[in-house]
Design a protein around this ligand. Structure first.
Ligand code: ADP
Ligand code: MG
Length: 264
């Protein structure tokens, strides 16, 4: 698979702690286990996706920021993860400097796309993990990506971050990247045991429409433990609800028709 056959997914939300990194890592791992070649691009200076996939930050000379400014080639920065077929373009703290330095540069928002296009085409799936902001790093990922997914912790205050990101994605689509589509919301930390949680899921579905509501990820302690143990959820506990939920979501994503530009 290459070119338009390869998909570029962005997991993003203005809110922190809603499951962006957990989703990036475990959807990446599930797709790799299904036999696909997967590239995870870590666009968050906190580098949690990089570390969760077993890439150590010590002495990393190349990262996404050095690729973006053209100081490293993508192949210099690529690292193997502990999941077969899954590679990583790591983040380091330098990404924060990159964002500060080029915050007001109009050009920089296109650098991830420019520098990584050929590399992304060599994978079946590229997955961008993003920081909880709407600034350059998130913008760069949305410009390089084609499909935005919004993990969202289902509680009363979560709508705001979701709406902000949908608006940003629409603006990016209009101004810089006609290929971008918002694919849907992924409800995370779902606790079906509580009536409030069930009610909120129903309300969310009414509000965004059933086709935008993707398979939910339940609250599951194993998902929180896995990164510390140096595992994805599939190595950590294959029978956990976290493993079941992420596998189902990966199947749903895999089965979606890749977005194409309208032909007329
Ligand atoms: N479904 C879940 N159930 C329980 N804990 C989770 C779940 N999803 C994520 N976590 C944990 O919650 C914290 C925040 O998740 P994370 O994916 O890092 O969010 P973000 O990247 O949006 O900041 C992490 O400690 C993670 O392990
Ligand atoms: Mg994160």
């Amino acid at each position: 698979m290459s070119g338009t056959g390869s998909r570029r997914l962005v997991f993003t939300n203005r809110k922190g702690g809603c499951g962006k990194t957990t989703t990036s890592v475990n959807i990446g791992a599930a797709l790799a286990h299904m036999g696909h070649r997967v590239l995870v691009v870590d666009a968050d200076p906190q580098a949690h996706a990089t570390m969760s996939l077993g890439v150590s930050l010590g002495g990393l000379e190349h990262d996404l920021s050095t690729v973006a400014i053209g100081r490293s080639r993508p192949e210099d920065a690529l690292r193997r993860s502990y999941v077969p077929r899954l590679h990583v373009i790591p983040a380091t703290r330098r990404l924060a400097d990159f964002e500060r330095r080029y915050a007001s540069s109009g050009e920089a928002r296109g650098w991830f796309r420019e520098r990584l296009s050929a590399t992304m085409d060599a994978y079946d799936y590229t997955i961008f993990d993003t920081p909880p902001t709407t600034q350059l790093l998130t913008l760069g990922a949305l410009v390089a990506g084609r499909e935005a997914f919004i993990p969202m912790q289902v509680h009363f205050l979560a709508m705001e971050g979701m709406i902000e990101i949908v608006e940003l994605a629409e603006e990016v689509q209009r101004r810089y990247n006609p290929d971008l589509v918002v694919r849907g919301i992924i409800p995370t930390f779902v606790d079906r045991g509580t009536p409030t949680s069930r009610q909120l899921l129903v309300e969310l579905k009414e509000r965004i429409g059933p086709e935008m509501m993707l398979k939910p990820i339940r609250l599951n302690h194993a998902l929180a433990e896995a990164p510390g143990a140096g595992h994805t959820i599939f190595q950590h506990d294959l029978r956990s609800t976290g493993a079941v939920d992420y596998y189902r979501l990966a199947q749903q994503i895999r089965n979606m028709a890749p977005p194409g530009r309208p032909t007329s």
